[in-house]
Design a binder for this molecule. Structure first.
Ligand code: GLN
Length: 373
């Protein structure tokens, strides 16, 4: 890489660990929570996934930027990460769909990148000490001063910052689905449209009454950033929807549905972010390799006494990956059936949702009674 025109940059962790590297993209200073993603490709989808709002993302794969940026691989209109950390940044990308370089894209959207970081050492530090606050800077502000200012830029109202401000509709001839946008990846909308659904996307602050006024056949809950316990208004809405309409939740949507049913969530040490997390369906025994991006999870111990059945577990660490309501048409998964980036093993969950809406319409719905717990 030609470093002559690039600034020196530092990544400083609240633990005191300091990495000096070379800046790319925008310059300046950004505080955020530092996390790592183990996907070998998919940096464009990761940058634009609103669930990363407020976070500094490290890619563990050592060469990033080699296929540039294209118009098809965005999951929202612009990047949401606070900063981007890589080992080697590819200066001469090449791909037939490429419209610009990663560097120009980051500059355009004011995202600071830092390269030539020992991302293996950084990832090991996050794994042993947990996700933590950090700052990326191209300034010469003393490290000690930045360490004192680590709380800066802590996220507040993450969901309200990324949700749609207006209601919009993507028409289809099939089932009418209200999609609650907590910070939606567009892959979720595409997953529904591909199945012919008539989709109405609504803000995260919508009430149950507003949602039901669309007379939907189903309600889909999107992914989104931050701590699920920080979105009590969304939990309240879900309480009003349960039993009124079939529900399918993904990631933050899964966590909020669990809270609405009386379960609890908790922060994980360093989360799951990558494209190869094995998840077992306890009902069928099938294992899917899944795309994931979350730092919170549903506490398995809190399911006792709730109307929820455990349907899916993570085979790496045994954590909760999927739930179904024992009597009502509602289910949810912690991982990403829309993939983007990652394998499409779990795409079929969108078909399951369509089947659920159909069975409720026809009066033949059978709740998930035989699940474990
Ligand atoms: N992708 C998501 O929806 C993430 C959910 C939540 N913000 C978490 O980190 O656990």
């Amino acid at each position: 890489m030609n470093n002559t025109h690039r600034p020196i940059a530092r990544l400083i962790l609240e633990s005191g660990l300091v990495f000096q590297g070379v800046g790319f993209g925008a310059t300046g200073q950004r505080f955020g929570e530092v996390v790592f993603n183990t996907g070998m490709t998919g940096y464009q989808e990761i940058l634009t996934d609103p669930s990363y709002y407020g976070q500094i993302v490290t890619m563990t794969y050592p060469l990033i930027g080699n296929y540039g940026i294209n118009v098809d691989d965005v999951e929202s209109r612009h990047p949401h990460v606070r900063g981007f950390v890589v080992r080697e940044f590819c200066e001469f990308p090449s791909h037939f769909k490429q419209t610009e370089s990663l560097e120009d894209y980051l500059k355009e959207h004011n995202v600071i990148g830092i390269s030539q970081v020992d991302t293996r050492q950084l990832t090991k530090a996050i794994r042993s000490e947990g996700a933590m606050r950090a700052v990326i800077t191209t300034s010469d502000t003393p490290t000690q001063e930045l360490l004192r200012r680590m709380h800066e830029g802590s996220i507040v109202d993450a969901v309200k910052s990324v949700t749609t401000q207006t209601v919009y509709r993507s028409p289809g001839a099939g089932f009418r689905v209200v999609l609650i946008d907590y910070g939606m990846k567009s892959g979720i909308l595409r997953g529904l449209l591909r199945r012919g659904c008539d989709v109405i996307v609504v803000p995260a602050t919508s009430t149950a009454k507003e949602i039901l006024s669309w007379h939907p056949h189903g309600v889909m809950l999107s992914n989104g950033p931050g701590n699920p316990e920080d979105v009590p208004f969304a939990v309240e809405t879900l309480r009003g929807l349960l039993g009124q309409v079939p529900i399918f939740g993904i990631c933050l949507g899964h966590q909020l549905l669990a809270l609405a049913c009386g379960a609890r969530t908790k922060k994980m040490k360093f989360g799951h972010r990558g494209s190869n997390h094995p998840v077992k369906n306890l009902l069928t025994g099938r294992v899917d390799i899944t795309a994931q991006n979350h730092g919170y999870m549903v506490d398995a111990d809190s399911l006792q006494g709730t109307p929820l059945a455990l349907t899916h577990v993570n085979l790496n660490d045994g954590t909760v990956e999927g739930l179904a309501h024992k009597t009502l048409p509602a289910f949810c998964v912690q991982y990403h059936p829309e993939a983007r980036p990652g394998p499409t093993d779990a795409n079929g969950l969108f078909d399951d949702f369509v089947e659920m809406m159909k069975s409720v319409q026809e009066g033949s719905f059978v709740p998930c009674q035989n699940a474990k717990i």
